[in-house]
Ligand binder design. Structure first.
Ligand code: 5RP
Length: 234
């Protein structure tokens, strides 16, 4: 079947998500449920398997209020990280994926909870369509940086001093975009990033920067779908 590029992308997101759920979610697991449109396909796949009587004892920690609402609507049992501080596996999307499986996340603004859940997981499976693949982080996508509302303009100046073109994220109605934690997001375009570790360290050391969207060592696996089908890389 012919696909225009948007429906091809949707098809591939879904194919990657479903393959990952089928392979990595096992009976009895406590799992992390990612955020965004690709991760939503994974949540829906889990619900579909439950309807078939499979994976009924799998419970999940949602990485955003949106994912929590979707999982609740679909009847997926939810747990908290306080109840289960270590998770078996998390399946989540990404905005940009480099060959070493470092990724940029946070296009949907859920980067803080996504990173907390990823770091609490034994295995982190990134699901993506091929358009997310990139030779170097920053090539196609800015790095979302979550900052406290207090003093956010000084964080903007600081990020500009690190060479970023900074765009404060706004909603469609022009009001500031706020994360689930009530923080602001500054989208920081650096272009291809030469030294992501050094950049991540500079941001981590800055008071008022709550978290950044560079996930440099969290992902253990990538399930990517494209014209050649679904591939797994680890
Ligand atoms: C949300 C994220 C998403 O996983 C990322 O933005 C990818 O989204 P999508 O699957 O809709 O392309 O990091 O904070």
């Amino acid at each position: 079947m012919e696909h225009d590029s948007a429906s091809r992308t949707e098809h591939d997101k879904r194919a990657a998500a479903e393959a990952a759920v089928d392979r990595f979610f096992l009976p009895g697991m406590c799992v992390g449920l990612g955020s965004g449109s690709t991760a939503a396909f994974a949540v829906r796949r889990l619900a579909a398997l439950r309807e078939q009587g499979r994976l009924l004892d799998v419970s999940g920690v949602p990485t955003s209020r949106a994912t929590e609402a979707l999982a609740r609507e679909l009847g997926i049992p939810l747990i908290t990280l306080d109840e289960h501080p270590t998770l078996d596996v998390t399946i989540d999307g990404a905005d940009e994926v480099a060959p070493d499986l470092s990724v940029i996340k946070g296009g949907g603004g859920a980067l803080l909870r996504e990173k907390i859940v990823a770091q609490a997981s034994r295995r982190v499976v990134i699901i993506a369509d091929v358009t997310k693949l990139s030779p170097r982080l920053g090539t196609h996508w800015p790095v979302p940086v979550e900052v406290l509302p207090f003093g956010w303009r000084s964080q903007q100046q600081f990020l500009e001093s690190l060479g970023a073109r900074v765009v404060p994220r706004v909603r469609e109605n022009g009001m500031p975009y706020l994360t689930d934690q009530g923080n602001r997001v500054l989208d920081c375009a650096w272009g291809p990033i030469d030294a992501p570790d050094a950049l991540a360290s500079r941001m981590a050391a800055r008071a008022g920067i709550v978290e950044h969207g560079l996930f440099l060592r969290e992902a253990t696996d990538l399930v990517v779908a494209g014209p050649r089908g679904v591939e797994h890389r680890a």
